[in-house]
Design a protein around this ligand. Structure first.
Ligand code: WTA
Length: 655
């Protein structure tokens, strides 16, 4: 999104005047009261120290913060164990019988897992990791379906001090391999497969395919989930066999507050994904603090359901670390929301009496499209708070969420944050903030963000600009794994000593923050960040394609849809044919994963470029969104856009 567009969006949103204050009843019982803002404001570091005391520290920190931009350390000298904080503590303090996870598999199989059960599994898994030679500081790749073992694997890594790198189960062998190599993982934890859309899909063969290349992976630990036929080699070990032979005891060792906890790859503006890495003390502090205050968690009575997969940061912070530290009871679900019917999520809300539901706008819009009859069939009265994350939620979807899912009775928290920020940064507090449909409202206590112009000067109310964070926060990324220059260049070079999030935002006349989407070439597809360059590289790797340009075009359901413009190589037969288009779409799915499959591919003769050869994606976006093409005076060849528009119908494809 260019800066001019930021200005345009400002106009549209200024017409949104509705506000929804919390009910007196909700406010009275809320965890976070209005004073919390003043408390954080008065002494920010003392505030964060207080939040850190939520955790069990084996050794207390000697100083709170060491900030030498862009490098930060929190709770210096402190020592703790992440898995101890998520599990042992609850069991020791008498909460072992509390349900940690109500697991629902897509085929309908269920498991009830208490904190004591989870701890027992994590201890055995930690011992199995040690048996396989995994030590503190090593990296372990986790490539799994959304089953409880995924959380067990993450916590077992944390327990022995190995950093986990979870790779979403929808990624291809090539994407998996790139991430295994980048982090130099020595172990892969996977499953034979998982269930999705009513069928078993395979994971283990994808790992085998990736490991045909040379890596330092010594073993593959395999959970039996589907029971499908699986090729087997010497390095493969069944999870159930490895765990069964372990000593049930395992004493968690404390690690330094700044010990690496995990790496999670996210799309950047170049083809290579960035390994965002997080450390222990600060990350856990902010995950736990936000989870308790933003979601108003009452661990004894609430049932919390965050629908994110553990392959994304939301699954790390609000399925694993935040909720478990807070002793929450959660629902986790393996499958898709329309299997076996479009009311599946609502059916589970009713079944488990879910009280807090945290999901993404793309799913909310999908539900709207399917129709109210699905949620209306179920009793959703247990819900008392709703959350949204991953992309801007349009006011219409926000209102629908409030009325149809929340029965006009639940505060909505629209939470803005990123893989890089580790935890929620901008969000209403449900018992305090009068919310506006579509706005994430304000920074949470302890966090400081600003909207600035090109020069880094704060914009006035009613204006748009770039979203920056001007003070370090505990769950801040500590770097890009192995790429220090890239860390500085990506986040810290645009404005001196200010973290640039890559998002545009505007302030309304009351100073509320409205997120406007990415300003760079990263698309947001169903809440997942995919870079245009990544998809372009995948297209160009196909023998038929000479050049490709990819844009994210507005899409009613997925936020943005991927639209690709390709120039074919001379002499390729079947130019523009439907078969080739399908082949290209499948090729992208194979290279990156199904989420990156272009919605539409248009075959063109030329691409619009500036004189310095930069593709003008803005103009392509106009075409993709069926708008009149904007100012093209900086084009090297002014005729190009005419040619593209004329050839528009030559290569359309949608499914
Ligand atoms: C977008 C997901 C508007 C934003 C936690 C950000 C949002 C990117 C919101 C991070 C929101 C996330 N409103 N936009 N409430 N939440 N985004 O790393 O563009 O997968 O930079 O983290 O998603 O995506 P990521």
């Amino acid at each position: 999104m260019s800066n001019e567009n930021l200005g345009d969006s400002v106009e549209n949103l200024l017409t949104e005047n509705r506000t929804f204050p919390p009910s007196a009843e909700f406010a009275a019982q809320a965890n976070a009261k209005p004073e919390i803002y003043e408390e954080a404001e008065r002494d920010r570091l003392a505030f964060w120290e207080k939040q850190a005391r939520r955790l069990h520290w084996d050794t207390e920190w000697s100083s709170v913060l060491d900030w030498k931009p862009p490098y930060v350390k929190w709770f210096i000298g402190g020592k703790l164990n992440a898995s101890y904080n998520c599990l042992d503590r609850h069991v020791i303090e008498g909460r072992g019988n509390r349900v940690a996870f109500h697991f629902e598999g897509e085929p309908g199989d269920t498991r009830t897992i208490t904190y004591a059960d989870l701890l027992a599994d994590v201890k055995k898994c930690a011992n199995a990791l040690t048996e396989l030679g995994i030590k503190a500081g090593d990296r372990v790749a986790i490539y799994m379906p959304m089953i409880p073992e995924a959380a067990v694997a993450m916590l077992a890594c944390a327990r022995v001090g190995a950093a986990h790198s979870v790779i979403f189960g929808g990624f291809s062998a090539d994407s998996l391999l790139a991430r295994i190599l980048d982090a130099d993982a020595t172990l892969v934890i996977t499953a034979d497969g998982g269930f999705r859309k009513g069928a078993a899909f395979a994971l283990k063969p994808v790992v085998d395919e990736a490991l045909k290349s040379k890596t330092n992976v010594r073993n593959v630990l395999v959970v039996k989930r589907t029971g499908q036929e699986t090729a087997w080699s010497e390095r493969d070990i069944w999870w159930h066999e490895a765990l069964a032979r372990q000593n049930p005891e395992h004493v968690a060792q404390p690690f330094d507050s700044e010990h690496p906890l995990f790496i999670l790859y996210t799309s950047g503006t170049t083809a290579k994904p960035k390994g965002i890495f997080h450390t222990t003390g600060g990350y856990l502090t902010q995950a736990a603090y936000t989870h308790q205050n933003v979601f108003d968690l009452k661990p004894e009575s609430d049932v919390f359901w965050c629908t994110a997969d553990v392959g994304w940061i939301t699954g790390h912070s609000y399925v694993v670390y935040g909720p478990l530290i807070n002793g929450a009871t959660q629902v986790i679900y393996e499958g898709t929301p329309d299997t076996p019917h479009k009311g599946r999520i609502f059916e589970l809300v009713e079944k488990y009496k879910v009280s807090i539901l945290y999901t993404a706008p793309t799913l909310i819009r999908t539900w709207m499209k399917w129709g109210d009859e699905f949620p209306n069939k179920y009793n959703l009265k247990s819900l008392r708070l709703l959350g949204s994350v991953g992309e801007p939620i349009n006011p219409e979807a926000w209102m629908w969420y409030r009325e149809v899912i929340g029965n006009n009775n639940c505060p909505i928290v629209d939470t803005w944050w990123q893989t890089e920020t580790g935890a929620i940064m901008i969000s209403p507090l449900p018992g305090v903030t009068a919310t506006k449909p579509g706005s994430a409202m304000a920074t949470i206590p302890g966090i400081s963000a600003k909207v600035v112009d090109d020069e880094g000067i704060e914009v006035s109310k009613g204006r748009g600009g770039y979203l920056i964070l001007d003070k370090p926060w505990p769950s801040m990324l500590r770097g890009v794994w192995g790429e220090d220059e890239r860390y500085k260049e990506t986040y810290w070079s645009r404005f001196k000593d200010l973290y640039f999030a890559g998002d545009g935002a505007k302030l309304d006349n009351d100073g509320a923050i409205w997120l406007m989407g990415r300003v760079d070439d990263v698309m947001n597809i169903s809440g997942h960040r995919i870079s245009t360059t990544e998809v372009e590289s995948a297209l160009v790797s196909h023998e038929a394609v000479a050049e490709a340009a990819v844009v994210g075009a507005n899409d009613e359901i997925t936020g943005q849809g991927i639209v690709a413009f390709v120039i074919l190589r001379g002499g390729i037969p079947n130019v523009g044919g439907e078969e080739l288009i399908q082949e290209l779409r499948n090729h992208v799915a194979k290279e990156i994963g199904a989420i990156a499959k272009p919605r539409q591919i248009m075959v063109v003769a030329e691409l619009p470029k500036t004189r310095s050869g930069k593709i003008m994606r803005r103009l392509l976006r106009d075409v993709a969104e069926n708008r009149a093409v904007g100012d093209s005076t900086t084009l090297a060849d002014p005729n190009v856009m005419k040619l593209i528009s004329e050839g528009l119908n030559s290569g359309k494809s949608e499914d």
